[in-house]
Design a protein around this ligand. Sequence first.
Ligand SMILES: C[S@@+](CC[C@H](N)C(=O)[O-])C[C@H]1O[C@@H](n2cnc3c(N)ncnc32)[C@H](O)[C@@H]1O
Length: 264
Amino acid sequence: MIRELLTYISERPTLKEAKTFGHLFESISLLSREKRCQKTWATHRASCKQFIAAELKNARHYDSVLVLGSGPLHEIPTELLSKTFKRVVLVDIVHLKSTKKSVAHLTNVEFIEHEITEIEEALRVDKKLKDKVPAKFVDEDWGLVLSVNVMSQLPLHLETFIYKKLKKRFTEAQVETFLKGVTQNHLTYLQSFHTNAILITDTQTFYYDKNDKVIQTDHNYEHLSLPKPSEEWNWNVAPIPEFQKDVGMKMRVCGFVLKNINSH
Ligand SMILES: C[S@@+](CC[C@H](N)C(=O)[O-])C[C@H]1O[C@@H](n2cnc3c(N)ncnc32)[C@H](O)[C@@H]1O
């Protein structure tokens, strides 16, 4: 806890939203959770990397790759991307100093701190629920775009912020529609690039008891029209007692290839 606090104080994220929406705090605690869950997360991380490696063949060219939700780079074959593409651009709202240091030897890797829904600032400053398809990077000539385990996370920080700071301002129905729009807009964003996009995201969450019996299943994207996944695997994201002392959480993770090239 003390080490986490010291890291929090020493980090200087560019965007205000990194702190006000809890992203910096989450990024630091993610590192500790990853250490605790290393064993059960290993297969998920390997599956993400293998899926990305196998689907690099979908690149339109190998000059550049854009990675959205790069975070601590645990699910991304960064060395391979660096060898395959001339330029690797990693985008996240927070890039910890330790992450940057870990790939400092890869001279063609760039970090950009950017808030990829492009609506958190409007919520913080104007207190507005904005419905926006993000636009940054779309007009650039990318060989391939990757979105790696970020889509399902996008509504979570917004939801927490609304319930903590703006609860009385909106109805539950307004908030629900807004949050569904966030993932829809991320999907539309990925589909609007002039190249193919690889999407890795958890599509279902299973809560299970001590006998490994599933007691609840949540479907994340019933409101979306996603293509058939190219790969699927399970991620034991919170083994008992990580989430609750007698309930664990697993996710179904899917890898999609969004074939945009032929649609332009
Ligand atoms: C589950 S982590 C992804 C981990 C990462 N793919 C890896 O290889 O380690 C989700 C990431 O999404 C980022 N994120 C969440 N909301 C974001 C937003 N609105 N804009 C940019 N990044 C965001 C978080 O900072 C975090 O790094």
